[in-house]
Design a protein around this ligand. Structure first.
Ligand code: GLN
Length: 203
């Protein structure tokens, strides 16, 4: 049984936990450092990255969380979680701190006003299957540039005229998506992540 932490400071915690249970993993809410003990992997949910930072410091969790993210275990960041995993942010608040680890530059709130929130379909790419992946974007970031070790897993072309935006990336044990897959009923992203966790456990 895989024990998967869900950072539970703020954001879509319950939704991720529900999907994990559905897929046969054990979700563990992480609010303080002790909750990181014995986890096989961790999800950093969507919400608000600056608020999550503040709360992680207030709960004295930030440093241990950062160490966990850099420990080689599988980590999945969705939306605000993607921002938390990024080495660099554009349009963050001044000196916005991240946990880092993913060699990418992420632009906060990148998709502009008309898609502050949108349900769409993105290219399923590495997540597999024959159909596009339903994806919910809520004031979502996109990945503006990637370092050489980063694999682009999925892109989204908002309109036929727009450049496809990078909306899912992976670097070793770190996975990040711009969108929220936990509210769509499509389980491909979580299934992919649980395969990553199993792989990282085998070492
Ligand atoms: N815009 C939010 C942030 O900067 C992310 C939104 C989300 O997670 N749905 O953290």
């Amino acid at each position: 049984l895989l024990h998967i932490g869900v950072l539970a400071l703020q954001g879509s915690v319950i939704e991720h936990a529900r999907v994990l249970s559905e897929l046969g993993a054990k979700p563990v809410e992480v609010k303080v450092s002790a909750h990181l003990q014995g986890l096989d992997g961790l999800i950093i949910p969507g919400g608000e990255s600056t608020t999550m930072n503040k709360l992680a410091h207030a709960f004295d969790l930030f440093d241990d969380l950062k160490a966990f993210v850099h420990s080689g275990r599988a980590i999945y960041g969705s939306c605000a979680g993607m921002i938390m995993l990024a080495d660099r942010i554009v349009d963050g608040i001044a000196d916005q701190e991240t946990l880092g680890g993913l060699d990418v530059t992420v632009r906060r709130n990148a998709f502009g006003r008309q898609v502050d929130s949108a349900q769409s379909f993105v290219d399923a790419g590495a997540f597999g299957g024959d159909t596009p992946l339903p994806a919910v974007f809520i004031r979502a970031p996109w990945v503006e540039s990637v370092g050489s070790g980063v694999e682009v897993l999925s892109t989204w072309q908002q309109t036929p005229e727009s450049e496809p935006a990078v909306v899912a990336v992976r670097q070793g044990p770190l996975l990040a998506t711009s969108f929220h897959p936990e509210v769509t009923g499509d389980r491909r992203v979580h299934e992919y992540f649980l395969r990553m966790v199993a792989e990282s456990n085998r070492g």
